[in-house]
Design a protein around this ligand. Structure first.
Ligand SMILES: NC(=O)c1ccc[n+]([C@@H]2O[C@H](COP(=O)([O-])OP(=O)(O)OC[C@H]3O[C@@H](n4cnc5c(N)ncnc54)[C@H](OP(=O)(O)O)[C@@H]3O)[C@@H](O)[C@H]2O)c1
Length: 184
């Protein structure tokens, strides 16, 4: 499995939220620069992994191979709604077996949420791309990782052995940046 490189992607508010109090990602968290960064990354990925509510819904989405976490299956099953998707319950099949079922033996895996799914891979990311919108606050929203907001997203990433690299500006007007957190 060393042949698989695992990357994570999220955009969070100043208070570490990825969705609002209704568990919806609000328009306030959507920025063209971040969308372009995220789209290019997913276009390069060999496999996308996400929970049932975190489909990215982009023009290229139907072409992307994906694993969708759900407890509606016991282990693995083809998604009747999408020939490029495999439904996966980690209780019934390991990540390695799920990748094999989806036909991905090597390459880059992009993990795109939600919080519980991010949490599952915390000790396995090669790099986690943390986008931040410093002028957006989502009180009572959904923390991006298990343990947020008691701890910041940065504290959670650091506690799993990841270290911040050089940030890139994605939206100067809104101050939105992305920072790679790489395994030390
Ligand atoms: N800001 C961002 O970058 C970002 C990133 C990702 C998501 N979001 C937003 O966050 C919200 C989605 O959050 P969410 O909490 O609903 O998360 P989610 O992980 O997308 O969906 C939760 C569902 O995924 C399945 N699931 C999750 N973990 C599982 C596990 N360990 N085993 C089996 N099934 C599992 C379950 O599906 P079943 O109910 O079918 O069993 C669960 O109900 C959306 O509004 C989304 O737009 C934002």
């Amino acid at each position: 499995m060393a042949a698989l490189r695992i990357e994570g992607y999220v955009i969070v508010s100043a208070d570490g939220m990825l969705a609002d109090a209704s568990n919806v990602m609000p328009d306030d968290l959507k920025f063209e620069g971040d969308k372009a960064f995220f789209t290019a990354a997913l276009d390069r990925a060999d496999l996308i992994v996400h929970g049932r509510n975190s489909y990215e819904d982009q023009p290229n989405s139907p072409r992307r191979k994906r694993l969708i976490l759900t407890r509606t299956v016991r282990s693995l099953a083809p998604d009747p709604a999408n020939p490029n998707a495999t439904l996966w319950n980690p209780e019934g099949a390991s990540f390695e077996v799920a990748c094999g079922q989806s036909g991905t033996g090597a390459g880059t895996v992009a993990v795109i949420g939600g919080p519980n799914v991010f949490g599952m891979f915390m000790d396995r990311y090669d790099v986690f791309w943390l986008s931040q919108a410093p002028r957006v606050r989502l009180p009572d929203g959904e923390g991006c990782f298990p343990g947020v907001p008691a701890r910041s997203p940065q504290q959670v990433l650091a506690s799993h052995g990841l270290r911040a690299g050089q940030s890139q500006m994605l939206d100067p007007a809104a101050g939105v940046t992305v920072t790679p957190w790489r395994r030390a």
